[in-house]
Design a protein around this ligand. Structure first.
Ligand code: CUA
Length: 643
């Protein structure tokens, strides 16, 4: 065991040297070395006035947000606020959106977003919603692609490190989450040394309402404390199954490599969720106390409500025969990826030089014959040889993730040797390889998570960008690299910087959502309790120390624009309704000395900013979003008198 660790460390060191050598090449030569296509510029150039072909939704990592890029240009189109407050549009600052960031731990205005996944129907992208996980304070968010807005955030109880999320089944029946850190469930005060056998992992299956998209936890599968890293739904023939990698079958409580990399093989957990669903529908499972928040942004009032739930249905895999099996997989597998036919399950053993591919058919066969190689906590372990479909021999070092195109090829990212390797599904032969700069994590092909990938582009989501951009101090931007994969050889087209850390991404042809994305709120349907829908609704109402200002705005004035009757020590609520009904005319609102942010109010909506004036005087407020030639005239005053 010691030996394999030493080999691994040597590998890292060699890889480091390789990187340094590449990094030291002369300026201008580097791109060509990375397989840069000769007419790359032409192939990513989107002329002024033209639109990109794909929307790419890229996780913002430790920014907690989701970024929208256009492909192939790599242009950043928008940062969608999800788990973090966003002063740019008041997300998490306005009274309407604050409840979206509520959790059982209180108001948590930050998270670490990792894996976006686009909703599917019959295994094909349908462009309704994007789901993304919050890794730190376990949450899953749903963004509605009608208006590119986070409409729902569900906290995941009995979880810690919500990493194997948020992947969806092929009709969006479920969005699935899994715990990276095993913990005491329920949480309690106990010795960390007693981890083994006592800490647990949970795999959470969240039912998605097909009309509204609303999420509700259907059940939580209580698993041994093996650390569930990534997951992937079965599709087509394996629809009904879900696969999760584990990387700590040793159940070590301190993950120095010595502890957690002892076992030659860890497991992929194969979960038959249809069997469990049936069990639960027939009254199976145990309700246990669990505190977690469910936050929903109401479409009619544009206001979020946060509900604290208090119990969850748990399922012990032992109680449901045929529900869970373990697939031995070398060696600390990270990504777990299923090919578009649903037959092949790729275990990306990150400390392995080979890539193991399991066969779904062989797995079913072994299960039927009850050919097991022992069990772990009562869960049958299948025999490695029985389920093996093939091995991609020594394709690179440190495989992390695999994506698929529409021609039967797979593309695996290798972190240590810093490259992407294209190989043939079924023959396991390596077809091509391209270096990436540097150290790629996930890769992404539009629709690569579905039955129908759009195999034109591959994006490498890189972790380290040494020497690729103008330096900006020790905090360098992270980076994506776009490859054209339509031909036999991958061709590098473009580097582009990303926000936060680009963990994973999901992309869809623009034609599948763009027509829907022009939704506006109709003023007549605004049900916000403080909306000033007509000038007759405009008023200033005092209620003790609270002052509620019912205000509206339209190019290019506020009504009212002169406010009196406010005193130092008051809590002033500016409830502002945007009367515009043109698709793209938001107005902003800012007032001097506010200790939160501005508001950006979209047409037809009402948003509320709280202001607690500290100083006597006549103070200005103004529109922050350039809206017309008279934008500068869009201003007003509020008079603050002594308390
Ligand atoms: Cu309204 Cu600028």
């Amino acid at each position: 065991m010691r030996k394999s660790i030493n080999i691994f460390i040597s590998i890292i060191m060699v890889a480091g040297l390789v990187s340094c050598n590449d990094g030291g090449q002369k300026k201008g030569k580097r791109g060509a070395q990375g397989g840069l296509a000769t007419n790359a510029a032409e192939r990513v150039y989107v002329a002024p006035g033209e639109l990109d072909e794909y929307y790419a939704f890229m996780s913002g990592g430790f920014s907690g947000q989701l970024a929208v890029y256009g492909l192939p240009s790599g242009r950043l189109l928008k940062v969608l606020p999800v788990f973090s407050q966003n002063p740019e549009n008041g997300w998490g600052y306005s009274e309407e959106t604050k409840p979206m960031l509520n959790t059982s731990f209180g108001f948590v205005p930050w998270d670490d977003s990792h894996h976006p996944d686009i909703s599917q129907t019959n295994g094909v992208l349908d462009g309704r919603w994007v789901f993304i996980n919050g890794n730190n304070t376990p949450r899953i968010a749903r963004i509605d692609l009608k208006n590119f807005k986070t409409e729902e955030i569900l906290e995941i109880p009995n979880s810690a490190g919500n990493h194997s999320s948020s992947f969806i089944t092929e009709n969006t029946e479920y969005v699935v989450a899994g715990t990276r850190f095993s913990v005491p469930i329920p949480q309690k005060d106990m010795s960390i040394k007693d981890y083994k056998g006592n800490f647990k992992g949970s795999l959470t299956f969240i039912k998605v309402d097909q009309e509204t998209g609303r999420m509700n936890i259907k059940f939580q599968l209580m698993m041994p404390g093996f650390n569930y890293d990534l997951s992937h739904p079965g599709r087509d023939k394996s629809h009904g199954w879900f696969f999760f990698t584990t990387y700590n079958t040793e159940e070590a409580h301190s993950l120095l490599e010595v502890n957690a990399s002892q076992n030659d093989k860890d497991f992929i957990a194969a979960v038959n969720w249809k069997v469990i669903e049936e069990y639960v529908n027939n009254g199976g499972g145990t309700k246990v106390p669990a505190k977690y928040a469910h936050n929903i942004l109401d479409e009619n009032t544009h206001t979020a409500t946060s509900t604290m739930l208090d119990e969850v249905l748990t399922v012990n895999p032992m109680d449901v025969p045929g529900a869970v099996y373990f697939l031995p997989t070398p060696k600390s597998p990270h990504g777990c990826d299923v090919d578009p036919t649903g037959e092949y399950i790729v275990g990306n053993g990150k400390l392995s030089a080979d890539l193991t591919v399991h066969s779904f058919t062989k797995m079913l066969d072994a299960i039927e014959k009850k050919k097991f190689d022992g069990e772990a906590y009562g869960i049958p372990i299948l025999n490695f040889e029985d389920i093996l479909a093939g091995v991609v021999k020594q394709p690179g070092l440190g495989p992390l993730h695999t994506e698929f195109d529409d021609k039967g090829n797979a593309y695996t990212t290798f972190f240590i040797s810093s490259e992407v390797v294209k190989w043939k599904v079924g023959t396991w032969e390596v077809l091509d390889r391209q270096p990436v700069f540097y150290s790629v994590g996930h890769g992404m092909i539009p629709g690569g998570n579905s039955r129908k990938p759009f195999g034109k582009y591959f994006i490498a989501l890189n972790k380290i960008t040494k020497d690729r951009y103008l330096p900006t101090g020790p905090e360098l931007t992270q980076s994506a690299q776009l490859f054209d994969i339509s031909g036999e050889k991958m061709e590098l087209l473009l580097d582009f910087p990303t926000i936060g850390e680009p963990h994973y991404a999901a992309a869809i042809p623009a034609s599948m959502i763009a027509p829907n994305s022009r939704k506006i709120y109709k003023l007549a349907e605004n049900k916000h309790p403080y909306a000033a829908l007509t000038d007759g609704d405009v008023k200033v109402v005092r209620d003790g120390k609270e002052v509620h200002i019912y205000m509206n705005m339209i190019r290019s004035h506020f009504n009212p624009d002169n406010i009196e009757g406010v005193k130092v020590g008051d809590k002033v609520f500016f409830h502002i309704t945007n009367h515009e009904q043109d698709f793209d005319v938001p107005h902003g609102f800012a007032v001097i000395g506010a200790n939160n942010a501005e508001l950006l109010v979209v047409p037809g909506a009402t948003e509320t900013l709280v202001w607690e004036p500290k100083q006597v005087g006549v103070w200005p407020f103004y529109c922050t979003d350039f809206c017309s030639a008279l934008h500068q005239e869009m201003q007003g005053y509020v008079r603050v008198s002594p308390a």
